[in-house]
Design a binder for this molecule. Sequence first.
Ligand SMILES: [Ca+2]
Length: 190
Amino acid sequence: MKRSGIRALILGLLALGAAPAMAQNLIANPTFDTDYSGWPVGAAQWVAEDCCGNPASGSITSHQDETLISNCIDVTGGSSYDLTLWTKYVPVNPSLPSPNGFAYVVWMSAAACGGVAIDFPNYPDLAPGGGAAWHKVGATFVAPAGAQSVSIELGGYHCGLSCGGDTYFDNVAFGPAGTVPVELQSFDID
Ligand SMILES: [Ca+2]
């Protein structure tokens, strides 16, 4: 085990120790075991490959420009929420390595994703450096005042071959800050 692997393991154990006993993930079907049910908007490409080696679970991929699915969750304006997900970006044409995937956090003015969009920050550094290996990213968001629900939207931009690749998603977690185990932006396990 490399030094980085040891460090990741230690930090992972610290994160587990600091997490509340009841981690709360509000995402429906967060692991895409057999399909993307629970993500009712749009269409996705389900694939049998799991982010983390589970032979009984799959994931989804944008296949360049085809995916836009969402999960709607009621929230409280002004409260903080954690979003984590596993992702990877596989260039189809290595000379065009620009990531084309996105994870939007769309804050809505009414419950059940009704009303109007108040804000929709894109997830930062979704596939940093092209990220061809599965890795986990995470961030904390503050629900804007007046937000009553949020739509977590995963997909790929409609930019065709100019974007040059597919973005994969798996193990999506969203919940009140501190209830979803906090993990590192990315790390190596050797
Ligand atoms: Ca999975």
